[in-house]
Design a protein around this ligand. Structure first.
Ligand SMILES: C[S@@+](CC[C@H](N)C(=O)[O-])C[C@H]1O[C@@H](n2cnc3c(N)ncnc32)[C@H](O)[C@@H]1O
Length: 233
């Protein structure tokens, strides 16, 4: 479900970072196959966010065929890294091919399997994180990565407002406005995620109506994390 009016969406796309030819090819693949990638306006925002925060190290929960990772990769420095995680081998292989064609293979690690297992094998610190896997497991992902965030890191959760029939916008709206409402599993997952990140004083969060909604959270970097992560910056 798009949350912007058609003309506003066209305006946002026309003024955002330009997708290159490969991204256009990847967009066409999503269109033809009904794949729920983040789309160009969120992709452009991911890239800008990575640049604004000077991100060097990025982790994705749920990478699909590499579309969001490709947008991120364009903003990484030569010594940067992005960890892609995916349970579907075929999709991860496509991601590897697209990123190699774009010249980003050296920056990428391709991790097949549950992202919640993969994150255990990485220490971080991560400067940017995308959460875009099972909606009912977003809180788990946040908890797993929280101690591995660099001070000033940005965590972006996709589908913060809707996801086809998995996340119901009207129910989420009722929830954030304080009403008690029955929710399906996916909607409950997003509601719990928004509650968790908004009630954690280490994060400052704004939901933006790009794509199916993204929750953008900046991690302040409290003493407990700064100590655990050492003094990289
Ligand atoms: C919405 S798609 C990701 C799209 C991608 N971020 C993009 O915009 O191009 C969600 C992906 O997460 C994968 N996935 C689901 N559960 C996962 C898990 N526990 N660990 C890793 N990947 C998972 C799915 O196979 C699917 O490809």
């Amino acid at each position: 479900m798009a949350h912007l009016a058609d003309d506003v969406l066209r305006f946002v796309r026309a003024t955002g970072p330009r997708p290159d030819e490969l991204l256009e090819e990847m967009d066409a693949y999503a269109e033809e196959n009904g794949f729920p990638h983040v789309g160009p306006e969120v992709g452009g925002f991911l890239q800008l966010t990575a640049r604004l925060s000077g991100a060097r190290s990025i982790f994705e929960f749920g990478s699909g065929y590499g579309y969001s990772a490709y947008w991120f990769a364009e903003a990484l420095p030569e010594n940067g890294e992005i960890v892609l995680t995916e349970v579907d081998e075929g999709e991860l292989e496509m991601a590897r091919e697209y990123l190699a064609r774009g010249g980003y293979d050296e920056l990428a690690s391709y991790e097949l399997g549950d992202a919640l297992d993969t994150i255990e094998r990485y220490d971080g610190p991560f400067d940017a994180v995308l959460i875009d896997h099972q909606k009912e497991r977003y809180v788990e992902a946040l908890e797993a990565v929280r101690g591995k965030l660099a001070p000033g890191a940005v965590v972006i959760a996709d589908n913060a407002m809707s996801a086809e029939d998995v996340v119901v916008f009207e129910d989420l709206l009722a929830h954030v406005e304080g009403q008690s409402v029955e929710m399906n599993e996916g909607t409950r997952g997003i509601a719990d995620y928004l509650d968790a990140v908004r009630s954690d004083p280490a994060f400052e969060t704004q939901v933006l109506p790009l794509g199916e909604g993204i929750a953008v959270s900046r991690f302040e970097g409290k003493a407990d994390n700064t100590e655990a992560l050492g003094s990289r910056r």
